[in-house]
Design a protein around this ligand. Structure first.
Ligand SMILES: Nc1ncnc2c1ncn2[C@@H]1O[C@H](COP(=O)(O)OP(=O)(O)OP(=O)(O)O)[C@@H](O)[C@H]1O
Length: 668
C-alpha cells in the first residue's frame, strides 16, 4: 500500500536508486541509462500529460467537489469579496484589488502569490463559468490583488469569490519544449550540446586547466578546482555539491568568471527562492543582471533587479507610462458606466491602448535584455516571450538535481554550453502522479548524466561548512565515498558554543539515539493511511524542551519526520506550549536545502513485521540527517528500522558514536 507523506498529498519517487558517489570512473552508460532524443521525447510527452491530469484532479478534488464554504475552510477559496479597485500593471495586465465584503481582514486561506486563481460570482455553483482567470499578485491581511489579462465583461459589481486552480501554463511550456526539442535543435544555439547530453557525442574539455583570479578570495581548493573545470568545459559540467559544501558559492564564481570573459549567461533554478538567492548574492558585484519573473513572485529585496523595475527606468517606457495613465482614467470610467453600448466602446478603446502599451513595453524589455550580461529566471520562466530568440554562451542551472529534466531543457535549448549544479543523492523533484513517477518523469538530467558519464563530466565539492564532523561522517561514508571534510569553522562546533546556551546533558552530545524498541510505542495509521507514533512524538517534544531549558532558541531547532500524520500530531503538541511556537516541524522534503542548529528526527515506524516503508530511500535519510549543524537526535524503534541494512548502519553509527537512551528513560 502506498505510504502517505506530508507533501500536500504528493507522492514521492521512493524507489531505491543506484548512487554514484563522485560518479563511476568514466562509466559509460548501461543500456538502462541510454536515452536517445527521440526516446526521451516520446517517453516524456505522455508522462507530462499524466502529471498535469494528476494536478488538475487534485485541485478539482479540493474545490469542485466541495461546497464553497468547505473549500474556504480548507483554505483553497475565499468567499464574499468585493472589487475595490481596478488598475493596470506592467505589460497591460489588469490588477483587481479584492477586499472582504464583511469584516476587515480576509479569512484564513492558503493562497500564495503566483497561484493561479479563477474569479467567480459568489452565488455561482461549482460548475458555473468563471468571470476571469488570473495570478495572485499581492497579498495583504485585508486585500488580495489578482492580475488578469482582460477585465471581466460583467459581474465585478457583485459579490465575488476566488478559487485556486491547477497551473496549466507550466505543463504547456514543458510540452512546447519537448516539441521544440524534437524538431528544431539542429539549427538552434544548443545544436552541439544536445548530442552530448543524449550520449551520441562525447563531452570535451580544454586540454589545460583554466587559471583564473577569483572574485571570492575565500574559495576552498575543491571549489576553485570546480570553477576551473567549469570554465574549461566545452559542453557540460556537473557540479556535485553534497550538503553544505558551498555549491551556490561556486556557481556564483562561475557566473562572475564567465561574465569577465565576455559570456552572456542564463542562470536558472527550479524554484523562485533559489533564483532570488543567486540574485541577492550577485547584487554586491558590479555585474549587469536582470531577474525575470512576475514581481509578485520575487523576494522584496531583489525587486530592484527585476525586469519590471529596470524596464520602468528605461527611456522607452516613459511613453508606455503615459498610455498607462490614460488607461487608468478609462478604467475608472468603465467601472462607473452602466450603459452597455458605452461599456463596449470603452472596452474597445482600452484594448487598443493596452496593445499600444504592450508594444512600447516590448521595446523597453528588449533593451534591458540586450544590455544584461546575466539573466536569471526559473526554468519555466526561461520560456517566457522576453527570451524568445535570445541565445546564451552558457546556461547555469542551480539545484539541477531537484528539477525535472524536461524543465531543464527549456533553458538548455537557449545555450551552447551548460553547468548543472546539484546533488543527486538528495531528494529528487516531487511528482504527483504515481504512474508518471513510475514511468520516470522524476529522473533528473543530473542523475542521468551522472550515470552516463560519471567523473568524465562531474566534479565534487568536498569541504562542507555546516555540520560537526560526526554528523557529516555517516553521510560522507554512506553516500559520498568518504570524500567530504568538515571545514575548521564547523568541525567541532557544539550547541553549547552558542551564545546563552548552557553545557548540559541535552546540549553536550553531537549525536543522540533515543530508542523506543520494547517501550510499547507502536506506530498507528490515521484515516488517510498515514503513519504516526504518539510515543515518539512525546519523546521528540521532550528532547526539544530540554534544549529550550538549556537556552537553545526554538527557532534553531527543527523536528523532521517523513509522515504527514506525525507532522500533524507534533504540530498539535507544539500548539500546547507557547515557548515552542518558533520550533519548526516539517517533512524531509520541507527541510531540503535548509539547516538548523539542532535537528530531531522521528522515524515513526515501529511494528512487528519490521516494515520501514519509504524510510529506506537513502536520499531521504541523507537529507534529514544533514540538515543538522551542531546536534542530530534520532528517535526510532531500532528493532523495526534495523530490518533495512542501510538504516541499521545508521542506527549502529549513532549508537556507537553518540549518546544512547531508551525512550522510556527519556520520557520519564
Ligand atoms: N569557501 C568558503 N569559505 C567559507 N564559507 C563558505 C565557503 N563556501 C561556502 N561557505 C558557506 O557555506 C554555507 C553554504 O554555502 P552555499 O549556500 O553556497 O551552499 P550550498 O551548497 O548552495 O547549500 P546547500 O547545501 O544548502 O545546497 C554558506 O554559509 C557559505 O557562506
Amino acid at each position: 500500500m502506498a505510504e502517505k507523506m506530508a507533501t500536500s498529498g504528493k507522492s514521492h519517487n521512493s524507489k531505491e536508486k543506484k548512487s554514484y558517489p563522485g560518479g563511476g570512473k568514466n562509466s559509460k552508460s548501461s543500456s538502462h541509462d541510454e536515452m536517445t532524443l527521440d526516446k526521451f521525447v516520446s517517453k516524456m510527452l505522455p508522462l507530462i500529460e499524466l502529471e498535469k491530469e494528476a494536478e488538475i484532479t487534485a485541485s478539482k478534488d479540493t474545490i469542485a467537489m466541495l461546497k464553497p464554504e468547505v473549500a474556504q475552510k480548507r483554505g483553497c477559496a475565499i468567499l464574499n469579496l468585493k472589487c475595490a479597485d481596478v488598475q493596470t500593471g506592467l505589460l497591460g495586465k489588469t490588477l483587481l484589488e479584492l477586499q472582504p465584503n464583511r469584516g476587515d481582514i480576509l479569512p484564513p486561506h492558503k493562497l500564495t502569490p503566483h497561484d493561479v486563481v479563477v474569479l467567480k460570482s459568489n452565488k455561482a455553483d461549482s460548475t458555473s463559468a468563471a468571470l476571469g482567470q488570473g495570478v495572485v499578485y499581492r497579498l495583504k491581511d485585508d486585500c488580495i490583488t489578482v492580475a488578469v489579462d482582460d477585465i471581466p465583461e460583467d459581474g465585478l459589481n457583485s459579490s465575488l469569490r476566488l478559487e485556486k486552480v491547477a497551473n496549466e501554463v507550466t505543463y504547456r511550456r514543458l510540452k512546447d519544449t519537448l516539441v521544440e526539442l524534437s524538431k528544431g535543435v539542429l539549427q538552434g544555439p544548443a545544436a552541439d550540446l544536445v548530442p552530448v547530453l543524449f550520449g551520441s557525442k562525447r563531452p570535451t574539455f580544454s586540454q589545460k586547466p583554466i587559471s583564473f583570479s577569483p572574485f571570492n578570495k575565500g574559495l576552498d581548493n575543491s571549489q576553485a578546482a570546480a570553477v576551473s573545470k567549469a570554465l574549461g568545459a566545452h559542453d557540460v559540467l556537473l557540479l556535485h555539491g553534497p550538503p553544505g559544501t558551498g555549491k551556490t558559492t561556486a556557481v556564483l564564481e562561475i557566473i562572475l568568471q564567465e561574465v569577465k570573459r565576455g559570456s552572456k549567461v542564463l542562470a536558472c533554478a527550479a524554484s523562485n527562492i533559489a533564483v532570488d538567492n543567486m540574485v541577492e548574492r550577485l547584487a554586491c558585484h558590479k555585474v549587469k543582471l536582470v531577474r525575470l519573473g512576475h514581481p509578485a513572485r520575487l523576494l522584496p529585496q531583489i525587486l530592484e533587479s527585476s525586469l519590471d523595475a529596470q524596464v520602468l527606468k528605461g527611456d522607452n517606457s516613459s511613453l508606455a507610462n503615459d498610455i498607462r495613465k490614460e488607461i487608468k482614467v478609462l478604467n475608472s470610467k468603465f467601472l462607473k458606466t452602466r450603459d452597455r453600448k458605452s461599456r463596449g466602446e470603452l472596452r474597445r478603446e482600452l484594448r487598443q491602448l493596452g496593445k499600444e502599451e504592450r508594444k512600447r513595453q516590448q521595446q523597453a524589455i528588449s533593451d534591458v535584455i540586450r544590455d544584461s550580461n546575466v539573466i536569471l529566471t526559473t526554468l519555466t520562466g526561461a520560456l517566457s516571450r522576453q527570451l524568445q530568440d535570445v541565445s546564451f554562451d552558457v546556461v547555469i542551472i542551480d539545484e539541477a538535481a531537484q528539477a525535472l529534466e524536461v524543465a531543464c531543457w527549456i533553458a538548455l535549448l537557449k545555450g551552447r554550453r551548460c553547468i548543472l549544479a546539484g546533488d543527486h543523492l538528495q531528494l529528487p523533484p516531487t511528482i504527483q502522479s504515481v504512474e508518471a513517477d513510475k514511468g520516470g518523469l522524476g529522473r533528473t538530467l543530473f542523475e542521468r548524466l551522472a550515470a552516463m558519464y560519471g567523473n568524465e563530466v562531474m566534479v565534487m565539492l568536498t569541504v562542507q561548512y555546516r555540520m560537526h564532523h560526526l554528523i557529516m561522517e555517516w553521510s560522507s561514508q554512506e553516500l559520498y565515498g568518504g570524500k567530504i571534510q568538515a571545514h575548521g569553522s564547523v568541525n567541532r562546533h557544539t550547541l553549547y558554543d552558542l551564545e546563552d546556551v548552557q553545557k548540559a546533558s541535552a546540549t553536550e552530545p553531537t549525536l543522540i539515539l533515543i530508542d523506543s524498541s520494547g517501550c510499547n510505542m507502536e506506530e498507528r495509521k490515521d484515516e488517510g493511511d498515514s503513519s504516526f507514533n504518539e510515543g515518539e512524538a512525546q519523546v521528540a517534544m521532550a528532547h526539544a524542551k530540554k534544549l529550550l531549558d538549556a537556552g537553545v532558541n526554538a527557532s534553531e531547532i527543527g523536528i523532521i519526520t517523513p509522515y504527514a500524520a506525525q507532522v500533524g500530531l507534533l504540530r498539535t503538541m507544539r500548539a500546547e506550549d507557547r515557548r515552542l511556537s518558533e520550533l519548526e516541524i516539517s517533512t524531509v522534503d520541507g527541510f531540503q536545502g535548509r539547516e538548523k542548529e539542532a535537528i530531531i528526527i522521528s522515524m515513526v515506524r515501529s511494528n512487528e513485521k519490521n516494515e520501514v516503508g519509504f524510510l529506506n530511500d537513502r536520499r531521504r535519510m541523507n537529507v534529514a540527517v544533514t540538515r543538522a549543524r551542531r546536534q542530530c537526535c534520532i528517535v526510532c524503534d531500532s528493532e523495526t528500522v534495523s530490518s533495512d541494512s542501510f538504516l541499521k548502519r545508521l542506527v549502529e553509527y549513532f549508537q556507537e558514536i553518540g549518546e544512547y537512551y531508551s525512550a522510556m528513560d527519556y520520557a520519564s
